[in-house]
Design a protein. Structure first.
Lengths: 332, 210
């Protein structure tokens, strides 16, 4: 009986987290298309619901009622597993995101490592989908994306080390509280820029959307998918983008902290600040999609390995020496 | 405690079954996927004994990077066909004794380690263990790694670096006649480098490919 009550308590908490995340994923897809349209002087989706807000839900309904086509030469188990893996990985990472000092589903010691691990597992959904489709374009897309995500993960890892040097803890709440006086975006601004660009590459967003470059690869790893399975890839991708934005907000923009600890700002609750910061980062993601042309593949690799990795490594040495010299290292 | 053992047995059964499936499955790509499942369940076991840092590092390094490269190679080389041919050939039976010897060795080593742990607990230094120090897993690992074992740590780092450079040197081929883009060249190009005004004599033309 006791176990049951714990179980239902946890299920309730998980649903209370997941349902808002899924709804905000739907809203964010609409925001993305809308921003994209405004930059190009179009209207974007504005018909379904107020301001077209329900467009994504209409799209999702359409996908649900479409037939799921599984290619006869595909590897069926892995083909079906791939979108499930993408969606699951995009959602389980939200367990450790702190919405305020107490509002966090799992306040674990190694929260940032967990986030990093889950975001690095995201590549499997794409590889599995690409390989199981047993077709040229998805396979090429999968291979491209595997190489791309592994490359950019390295620099994201090194950037996380930069932040950890300043915090001295792997707990996400500790990382947020360490920014009480100064958000890390100010002292570590170059790292923030590199993190943002690496996050674009990690989530296969334009200008790094080579795994699904429509001019070369039809739709990359998603080519053979249809109906609900395509929708799961699509929603998982956006959930991943939101997750990267949340990670950026926690690492650099002070998570749930308000920008100034004075009267009108302290009225706003912590979760709202986090959501606002995530939205700000997402707006940047959407703007980049609208204004930057796609990179060539060799340029992408060159940027990852020859520019970002050395730069972030040098910055680790610089941060460590600075903290050591001025005796600022967080030792407890 | 019941919940703990349920989780423990679930993860260990998944780990053992997937480890068997790595060798048993015919398709090589499936083998790699089972290997990944094995890694994940092992890292869950690590987390269950309180070694959360090791579990996460296991996920990041093995599942996030090493297994991706395995998959990459297996998919590119199409090993599945070769493997099937190799198994049906005469050659494969010659390797069975070698494999048996190696696996027996590993098994004996495991028995020695586990047996030593069981029957002579002071074989291992328990004073430094995590349970006594009462600090988090990551802290205690760092404390041991960067103080007592700093030389071993750095030597292993150097070995990895040498291996990495060696791999690059061995596989690097300088190919002739490849057109590459040089940003410095492109940016430092001036009008005078690219454009020249010529006085062309009539009926003669100019040669532009000098």
């Amino acid at each position: 009986m006791e176990y049951l009550s714990i179980f239902f308590d946890q299920v309730y908490k998980i649903l209370f987290l997941l349902v808002p995340v899924l709804v905000s994923v739907a809203m964010v897809v609409w925001l993305d298309r809308r921003v994209w349209a405004f930059v190009q002087k179009r209207q974007g989706p504005n018909v379904v619901g107020p301001f077209g807000l329900l467009q994504t839900i209409a799209d999702a309904l359409k996908y649900i009622f479409k037939e799921i086509i599984i290619p006869s030469s595909s590897n069926k188990v892995i083909f079906i597993l791939a979108p499930i893996v993408t969606m699951t990985l995009a959602l389980i990472a939200w367990a450790v995101i702190p919405f305020s000092a107490t509002q966090v589903l799992a306040d674990i010691n190694v929260g940032i490592l967990y986030l990093f691990a889950v975001s690095s597992l995201g590549v499997y959904g794409i590889i599995m989908g690409g390989w199981a489709s047993n077709s040229k374009y998805p396979f090429l897309g999968a291979i491209r994306s595997a190489a791309q995500m592994v490359s950019y993960e390295v620099s994201i890892g090194v950037i996380i080390i930069n932040v950890l040097l300043c915090v001295g803890s792997l707990n996400l709440n500790d990382i947020v509280i360490a920014q009480q006086n100064l958000w890390f975006v100010i002292p570590l601004f170059p790292m923030f820029v590199i993190f943002f660009i690496s996050a674009l590459a990690e989530t296969n967003r334009p200008p790094f959307d080579l795994p699904e470059a429509e001019a070369e690869l039809v739709a990359g790893y998603q080519t053979e998918y249809s109906g609900m399975m395509y929708a799961m890839f699509w929603l998982g991708e956006y959930a991943n983008i939101l997750l990267m934005c949340a990670m950026g907000a926690i690492l650099f923009l002070g998570g749930w902290l308000s920008p100034l600890e004075i009267y009108p700002f302290t009225l706003v609750p912590g979760p709202l600040w986090l959501v606002l910061k995530i939205l700000l980062l997402f707006l940047l993601f959407a703007l980049v999609k609208a204004i930057v042309p796609r990179y060539r593949y060799d340029q992408l690799m060159k940027l990852g390995w020859k520019v970002f990795l050395p730069l972030s490594l040098i910055w680790v040495v610089f941060t460590a020496s600075y903290l050591f010299y001025f005796n600022l290292l967080p030792v407890n | 405690m019941i919940a703990h053992s349920i989780f423990f047995y679930t993860f260990s059964i998944i780990a053992i079954v997937s480890a068997i499936m790595v060798t048993a499955s015919k398709n090589t790509v499936h083998s790699v996927f089972f290997l990944i499942l094995d890694f994940i369940s092992i890292s869950c076991l690590f987390i269950m004994i309180g070694a959360e840092f090791l579990g996460m590092i296991m996920l990041i390094v093995y599942v996030g990077a090493v297994a991706v490269l395995f998959l990459f190679v297996v998919m590119m080389l199409n090993v599945a066909q070769q493997k099937n041919q190799w198994f049906s050939s005469e050659e494969s039976s010659k390797h069975i004794p070698v494999g048996l010897i190696i696996s027996t060795l590993i098994f004996v080593e495991l028995i020695i380690v586990v047996g030593g742990w069981k029957y002579k607990p002071d074989l291992f230094d328990i004073n430094n263990s995590i349970a006594i120090n009462k600090v988090s897993n990551t802290h205690s690992l760092g404390q041991v790694l960067y103080t007592d074992y700093i030389h071993i740590f750095q030597i292993s780092g150097m070995i990895l670096l040498v291996a990495m450079i060696g791999a690059i040197v061995l596989t690097f081929r300088k190919r002739e006649g490849v057109k590459t883009q040089s940003y410095i060249k492109q940016i430092s190009r001036e009008r005078s480098d690219g454009v020249s005004v010529l006085n062309v004599e009539s009926n003669k033309g100019v040669k532009i490919d000098d």
